[in-house]
Write a protein that binds this ligand. Structure first.
Ligand code: BTN
Length: 257
């Protein structure tokens, strides 16, 4: 049975102030346009214009997913967009492993996969003042319940409910994510999340098609660097990517030279 988002339960079980909206264009846009305090989370039941990385749309059907944005304002140490994206990817992957009892993977840089389908996307945006990041908006979109996706996405995306018989409840998942996020943040300086990120990557060792700006090329993924770059080898030459994306995995074996 579907659930109802409950801000009181989330506030009672986390340190976050919680705003639940029935409908909004995008929770990330809402946070950008509203002056909210540190450790606030905005959650929508439905987004009419959910945004993804590279200007894409994130399908956000009513009642079917988690569409939320976390406000992070006080920085005692430098936190950049890529590192927080990686940290949040680790948080989500751990929580989804627990609630589904299925192994999830991180697809560089900001997607969580179950088998070969995307179940979650992360969009971290920064607001700068005097050339310094003053506020980070950490947007998370998770397909929770079974739903009909557009034809062109059907074989690329999935939902949690499609992959587990466990009872799902969005409030429980959100509470787990917020608490796990706090735990990882408190260990930020240990850099443990970077090792976890690598360990949960579904790309290392694989032959992939990479798209960078307008060009596509084939590369072997060697590693992910500490600063979140994808290290690939193309024609025996090493490159580190910070933008662009892996369009598809071509060879899925770890022992290809
Ligand atoms: C991606 O797939 O590239 C990232 C998707 C991020 C979607 C979430 S849903 C909540 C928040 N609000 C948005 O408009 N986007 C993020």
């Amino acid at each position: 049975m579907k659930d109802v988002l409950n801000y009181l339960e989330i506030e009672n079980k986390t340190i976050y102030k919680c705003i639940v909206l029935d409908i909004i264009n995008s929770t990330n846009t809402f946070v950008k346009e509203t002056n909210l305090s540190d450790k606030t989370v905005v959650i929508a039941d439905y987004q009419t214009n959910g945004r993804g990385r590279l200007g894409r749309t994130f399908i956000s059907q009513k009642g079917n997913g988690i569409y939320m944005s976390i406000v992070l304002k006080k920085f005692d140490e430098l936190k950049d967009i890529t590192s927080i994206t990686c940290l949040m990817a680790v948080v989500i992957s751990k929580v989804l492993d627990e609630v589904t009892r299925i192994k999830t993977y991180i697809k560089w840089v900001n997607d969580i996969y179950i088998n070969d389908k995307k179940v979650c996307g992360i969009l971290v945006e920064g607001i700068s003042k005097n050339n310094q990041i003053d506020e980070l908006i950490i947007g998370v979109g998770i397909n929770v319940y079974k739903q009909e996706f557009p034809i062109d996405l059907m074989d690329k995306v999935t939902s949690l409910e499609n992959n587990t018989n466990n009872l799902l409840n969005r409030n429980d998942i959100i509470i787990k994510i917020l608490n796990q996020f706090e735990e990882e943040l408190s260990n930020y300086s240990s850099n443990n999340f970077r090792k976890e990120y690598r360990g949960r990557s579904n790309l290392i060792g694989k032959i992939v098609a990479v798209k960078e700006k307008e060009t596509s090329y084939i590369a072997k993924v060697k590693d992910i660097s500490d600063d979140g770059g994808l290290i690939v080898v193309v024609n025996n030459e090493e490159r580190k990517l910070y933008s662009g994306e892996v369009e598809r995995i071509i060879i899925d074996k770890n022992n290809v030279n």
